[in-house]
Design a protein around this ligand. Sequence first.
Ligand code: G3P
Length: 216
Amino acid sequence: MQFFLDTADIDSIKKYASWGIVDGVTTNPSIIAKEGVNLEARIKEIAEIVDGPISAEVIATDAEGMIKEGRKIATWHENVYVKVPMTSEGLKAVTVFSAEGIKTNVTLVFSVSQAVMAAKAGATLVSPFLGRLDDISEDGMQLIADIVQVYENYGFQTQILAASIRHPLHVVQAMKIGADIATMPPSIFDKLVAHPLTDKGLAAFLADWEKVKDKQ
Ligand code: G3P
């Protein structure tokens, strides 16, 4: 299971990369807008910190425009994956990128049928947004499970990137189901590490050590 950071915040990326557990980074136009930066410059900056897939999204909505943008994005760094929205125009673009050896991440996926269409077009990654389904009282995790099963049934090579993660249990459940990757906001990394019994146990060890430290 790979862990990606779903952010373009450089300080966060540096912080969690230093833990040795960041396998890649995903961005989208909203994430870039939050940082208020130039996409190309920021993607190149991230590539200096993380040695793994870094997703950068096209803005065009027609296949021709996506292909033009995606080909340019793919030149920024060898680890850059072109993120393409799950539309019929997006499928056309992914088919071209796949033939050209350009890695892709098909995003805004909310159904099994969309995930299958992305895989058939040759997507490298597919991003089901589980949190946004939960937000509207649908079962996002069931979608991940269904995609895992259908991909296994037919031997699709596309990797499943569980996206729109809201809490650590989403990550654990996605791992149990068999998603390949989870991309998550920085705060989730802290929550994956924390446990009150670890804090309590460490405090007790240190307090007890105080009693014998002069004997060391
Ligand atoms: O980057 C795609 C996805 O992870 C976005 O998540 O929280 O905006 O639903 P969210």
